[in-house]
Ligand binder design. Structure first.
Ligand SMILES: [Zn+2]
Length: 97
């Protein structure tokens, strides 16, 4: 899970940006830009936070990485998402549904 507080802050920041955009741009464009910012800003924030943690995230809430299934490491039995085991770095894995 990402930090709840930083998620709230990101919502307020994107809200402020979208209000500013609607004041700067004529109506349809301002609304479209505002919606785009509101949709994208939390994703960008989360992406940066994940990168800062070096992919050590708790797994929940990670996006990308294909579909909903996860893998089980054959070396240490750790469950993980993505290409390599988050605990031992092994690429030996099997899919778990
Ligand atoms: Zn492992």
């Amino acid at each position: 899970m990402i930090n709840y507080k930083s998620y709230l802050v990101s919502i307020f920041v994107s809200l402020a940006i979208s209000i500013g955009l609607q004041m700067l741009l004529p109506w349809p464009f301002g609304l479209i830009a505002a919606l785009a910012v509101f949709a994208l800003y939390p994703l960008i924030l989360r992406n940066r936070a994940m990168r800062r943690m070096g992919g050590m995230g708790m797994g929940a809430g990670s996006f990308g990485q294909g579909s909903g299934f996860r893998y089980v490491c054959l070396a240490c039995n750790n469950r993980f998402k993505g290409a390599i085991c988050s605990r031992c770095g092994s690429k030996m894995k099997r899919a778990e549904f």
